[in-house]
Design a protein around this ligand. Structure first.
Ligand code: FES
Length: 575
């Protein structure tokens, strides 16, 4: 057996002949474990977000079995443990409300238990950042294994994408282009295997971020959940985590500034979700890496989107895997000089070694750099009097003609107000209007709902209008699209200028110039501010803690008291 470079943390629980070691070992032995399990081999925690209420992660107990095989094979001993699971499709008011809570569960589960390294089993959108944030603060050797995407959705001869086709079909029904019975018939075909959304939504984006950051194994992003190679990947992750423990390679040695820079560029190239902006900044701040909105804008500018996947493009994750997956994309970035090749990864290889000679099997799915899907693929960060701390837009999901636009605001005070007004035939709105939604930010909603891609009014859809400028302090589902300005900071509920916008105000959006301006004088804004009343905060329970301590979108919506590393160390024993 390879000897660990330093004394194992788990030996503080299981080593020796004293009363404490007796107690720790004895209780564990009720699971049928022999003596040699506690002979000083690395103890690996498998942090599982399995839940039948998180359909995208419902297969993760099977993945855990593969990880265990690898751990045993490499001379370690695995223990699977559950943490709070965040299912995007079911959780209300929004899974994002619980990301920080789950991260606390992860961090404290790691710190309080006898483990030397941890494998994070993630999948559905928020499970990835929540587990990475918690593990980053604990700073043990760590590998993330994503559950993988579902197989391509199928409906009457065409491929349909998770989320993206829900939005599309719902609009078709609203516009009278599709009957409800057809709409319902698409349900089963959209989600036809285990796995997460198979569009380049937030789950696939975050699985790609895991791979790009080097905290996951090669091919983590794209192998379908039900492909046997996902099991192989999990098995190999089990082997590698034991090596990382033996070599004392902690998560902070992998998640460096260079790793984040690689990930941001990869996000541009894959046309990844705007949610990644929040999550990567939050993870970086946990580990102590300086990362901000300007990094996103600066690093993404030169990066075209070359992956032709929904919601921006045509294909789905299964096609992406068969075309070569993320290594092919990273090889293209490397060729353009846009990658830190020397960044180390949990696989034991550098990024450069992994992507060497990565083939491209389908240039329609992963397009060449000189024939991209969108020239400007990164996330654009906008500033101006309407968003002094920043707002974001995903140019690859927007309509080019609308990226420079001046229009009259149609204001919705909150999401209920939007639903009340949007299909009112009297609503004074046309294709040139700018839809503004307030009070859906981290404190306002609370939890920062994915409602920023407000569906257009039925009367305009029927006229054939397919996109309009929309602005809010909300987030947008990674599976959605449109000229949608999101994450306005400070948010309305925190007294941002967004709170002061009124119907009929002119707003100017200039994506190329990175500007977002409300054309109202400072004097008038001061008068409006004097009349503004903050919303009543939630009374009691977790939501009141959330609203009190959550930070704004530009710093990743973490709790102020969770920023930074609190290495797991060895807690005092209690017996
Ligand atoms: Fe779980 Fe999309 S709803 S990944």
């Amino acid at each position: 057996m390879t000897q660990p470079k330093r004394k194992l943390r788990s030996s503080e629980w299981f080593g020796g002949d004293g009363k404490n070691a007796f107690m720790h070992r004895s209780w564990m032995k009720n699971q049928g474990l022999p003596d040699h399990v506690f002979d000083g081999r690395p103890v690996i925690g498998i942090c599982n977000t399995w839940s039948e209420l998180t359909p995208c992660n419902a297969h993760l107990r099977g993945i855990a079995e593969h990880v265990k095989r690898g751990v045993y094979e490499a001379g370690g001993v695995p223990f699977e443990f559950p943490v709070m699971s965040l299912g995007e499709s079911n959780m209300r008011p929004t899974a994002m409300l619980f990301r920080n809570l789950a991260s606390m569960d992860v961090e404290e589960s790691i710190r309080s238990n006898p483990m030397d390294g941890v494998v994070l089993l993630v999948g559905c959108d928020k499970t990835t950042p929540a587990l990475l944030m918690g593990a980053a603060s604990a700073n043990l050797p760590t590998i993330a294994v994503s559950g993988g995407p579902m197989l391509n959705g199928k409906f009457r001869g065409q491929d349909i994408g998770s989320g993206t086709h829900v939005w599309k079909f719902a609009e078709d029904v609203k516009a009278g282009r599709m009957v409800v019975s057809d709409f319902l018939a698409a349900e089963q075909g959209q989600s036809r295997s285990a796995g997460s959304c198979m569009t380049m939504g937030t789950a696939s984006t975050m699985a790609s971020m895991v791979e790009a950051l080097g905290i996951g194994m090669p091919d983590n992003a794209a192998i379908p959940a039900v492909d046997a190679r996902r099991g192989v990947l999990a098995h190999m992750a089990g082997r590698r985590i034991v090596d990382l423990v033996n070599d004392d390679v902690t998560i902070s040695q992998i998640l460096t500034k260079e790793a984040f820079e690689n990930a941001i560029r990869v996000n541009g190239a894959i046309g990844g979700s705007t949610n990644a902006v929040l999550h990567l900044i939050a993870i970086a701040r946990r580990i102590g890496v300086e990362l901000n909105l300007d990094d996103w804008d600066r690093l993404g500018r030169a990066v075209p989107t070359i992956v032709d996947l929904m919601p921006s493009g045509r294909f789905l994750m299964e096609d992406f895997y068969y075309a070569g997956g993320l290594s092919t994309v990273m090889a293209a970035l490397d060729e353009a000089g846009l990658l830190h090749r020397d960044a180390i990864t949990v696989s034991g290889k550098t990024v450069g070694a992994i992507i060497e000679n990565a083939p491209n099997y389908n240039e329609e799915v992963i397009r060449p750099f000189n024939n991209p899907l969108t020239k400007e693929g990164g996330i654009a960060v906008l500033r101006g009097n309407l968003a002094p701390s920043g707002a974001v837009i995903k140019p690859s999901a927007a309509t080019p003609e609308l990226m420079q636009h001046r229009g009259k605001a149609v204001v919705f005070e909150n999401i209920e107000h939007y639903y009340e007004r949007i299909d009112d035939p009297e609503l004074d709105i046309d294709a040139s209007s700018v839809m503004v939604l307030k009070n859906c930010g981290p404190r306002g909603y609370p939890g920062m709902a994915e409602v920023g891609n407000m569906p257009l009014p039925a009367k305009l859809l029927k006229q054939g209008v397919s996109d309009m400028v929309r602005i809010s302090d909300a987030r947008m589902s990674g599976t959605a699209y449109g000229t949608v300005v999101l994450h306005v900071a400070p948010e309305a509920a925190a007294g941002g200028v967004l709170a002061l916008v009124r119907d009929g105000d002119f707003i100017e959006l200039d994506v190329a110039g990175r500007r977002l301006e409300l054309m109202v004088s400072d004097e008038e804004l001061a008068l409006r501010r004097a009349e503004w009343l903050p919303p009543i905060p939630p009374q009691g329970g977790y939501p009141s803690l959330y609203v009190e301590r959550v930070m704004q979108a530009d710093t990743g919506c973490d709790f102020d008291f969770l920023v930074g590393r609190r290495d797991a160390g060895i807690p005092r024993h209690s017996h």
